[in-house]
Design a protein around this ligand. Sequence first.
Ligand SMILES: O=C(O)CCC(=O)C(=O)O
Length: 351
Amino acid sequence: MAAGRSVHKISEELKSLTLRGPAGGILLDEDDEAVRFANVRKNDFKHWERVRGRLINILDGLELHTSVFSSAEQRRIVDCVYDFQEKGRKGRLRERTYLKPKKWMRGKGRVTIQFGCCYNNAVDGNENPPGIIRDEEVDPIPPLLKQMIKRMVAWHVLSPFCIPNSCIVNIYDRDDCIPPHIDHHDFVRPFCTVSFLSECNIIFGTELKINGPGDFSGSASIPLPLGSVLVLNGNGADVAKHCVPVVPTRRISITFRKMDDSKIPYDFIPDPELQNLRPLSLRGQNHPNILPLQQDQQDEPPKNAQHSQKVQQAQHAQKVLQSLAQQRPMRLSEDDFPPLSSNTTVQLRRK
Ligand SMILES: O=C(O)CCC(=O)C(=O)O
């Protein structure tokens, strides 16, 4: 019973992050959140290219965090995206929130739904240059997508110093793509993209080749697992271009970005729910998901198999979180100095 209280305490604490909709419905799962947080994996990437005579890791600053959103959460988010899409089709979203390509053809583009700001890819009919259109309003970030932001900050995926205040949903149907680009500097770094429905590769390189409509190639390729978050920063955001070539089956991604303060739309109202978000503490002692169970709690025989499994999961979470908290910079290995001609992407695992 006492050990049960400890597990209960963990989930109570994590309820401060409870992910509820405006009507009180649970949007994202909170069960076993300590265990799930402990199971998030972070990969860094290396791919060396010569840029202006210097050999550099063009993927420096990229991080892929896997298992951030569970299958059930992904389903809820995708359903919510379909609702937006339906509303957009029926003209029920604010103008320019929902955009679709003028003509459907292979490699022509994709449906996008933008929240927080109206971003212009290319010079538009009103002669607005590419970038945020400050005097145009779109719908604000909806509750479920705000919950995603809270989760990513709480789980150390996004920095509390760079909390997104805009996002763009990309709905790729078969043969849709996103062409090679570097994200506009009206958005600050880092920013991130979350993947749903089908896995695809995102291609990076200082030079990306356009072989045909939606057919792009580059020197580095990173598979994006479902429910994962790719954080783009440093060279990975600003030296390498990136693109997603035509996809064979439907895929959805949501890109979250913080606007540069000087580019924020004139009528933008900061969302109070997204202010002062804090990551879960990793510093032992004062956070219940890394507090060791009391001795008497550990010794008490488990009441039943399910209960004992919960206790084991909590202990596992405590151990993983403790080791995360104690992490030292990684030691250099041969992987840090790949052969100069290497064109493979080396993935480093923290754990
Ligand atoms: O769909 C993706 O994963 C990439 C999206 C992207 O590059 C963007 O929204 O700028």
